[in-house]
Design a protein around this ligand. Sequence first.
Ligand code: GLV
Ligand code: MN
Ligand code: MN
Length: 413
Amino acid sequence: MDHRPQLSVKNGIADYIEWLSQYGASPEGGVTRLLYTKAWMDAQLAVKSEMSSLGFETSFDDVGNVYGKLSGSQSSADIIMTGSHIDTVVNGGKYDGAYGVLAGMLALKQLKDTYGTPKKTLEVVSLCEEEGSRFPLTYWGSGNVTGTFALGDAAEPSDGAGVSLQAAMLENGFGKGAYRPARRTDISAFIEIHIEQGLTLERSGADIGVVTSIAGQKRYLVTLEGECNHAGTTSMKWRKDPLVTSSRIIQELVMRAGRQPEELRLTCGKMNVEPNMPNVIPSRVQFSIDIRHQEQEVLKEFHDELVSVIRGISDEKGIRAVIDEYMSIEPVPMDQTLKAAALQTAAENRISCEEIVSGAGHDAQMIGRRFPACMLFVPSQGGISHSPREFTSAKQLDIGVRVLTDLLYKLAY
Ligand code: GLV
Ligand code: MN
Ligand code: MN
């Protein structure tokens, strides 16, 4: 495949987003780029090649993150980094993640063309994975950058087809030491720009959101095992039906989530039923639970409640329950100095701006636990995201690139 842009890219951010959305375009009009699939690899190679043609030094690391670098005239141990993730949910939008990668590329290009060599080295990164869409694991890209994950963590998680994260990584040429290790210790600022994925900016009319903190999340895989039997001959009284039990559990948890302060958000977005036949009482059900809140204490307390609800309802029905909490990330405040610089940059450009809490998870959350990080948001039309209907106007995307460019200028020149 030719990795050069196939559309006429006029260097405008909206064109760039259309260009990248060809990689993994779904028949339903969305984008599916799951970690270490062909669509994902083609997109990472295309981004790398485009970074080279913009004049950056490019490299992969050993998990498949792609970097474009503009070397500074001073020490190289003080990197100013921008970027986001290249992977998507299944049939997701064109903007989530992609905007942050492409906006970063345009910002660096503009800075290089206008001001030449920066004092501090600037890098733009296309992180390999943030969504947790293929494997039961999230932030594989930024988690390896911060050292939260190591290559060995790839051995266990498997996708729906039983392929391990490790096998998928090796198949793409990563995880073998062919590239430099992903772990970084040299980042002095990480700025991620992203679509808001909510309604706050659209409602207030502000063009830019400066994120104050990112909500914490926990994700669980719950397995319930009951008794497979005949749908016609087994009395309703004697069944051990894990699907009925799952639905009772989910209903109860959603009700309890609604009672938490400032609304704890709880989602069951994935379910596998075995054997998945109309005339068979299921033997086994597996479902995901995703919970989010901006206070760690609320998340911790809800965790205990969740475990006791699942155990209580399953025990009552004679169902065996296994609860795997496979992801937990605490709420992360953004760096105060970077946040102030972002607010100031918007004000200097007379761009309307407001401070905002992020309910969505982001790479800046993982990176912000180890290095100073901050985030800029642009509005999402109708607050829609993780959907082919995700949309932000070219004008609003441009405003974001302008603020990002100026902020990077302040930090690196
Ligand atoms: C990432 O998009 C998340 O918040 O789930
Ligand atoms: Mn997302
Ligand atoms: Mn995202």
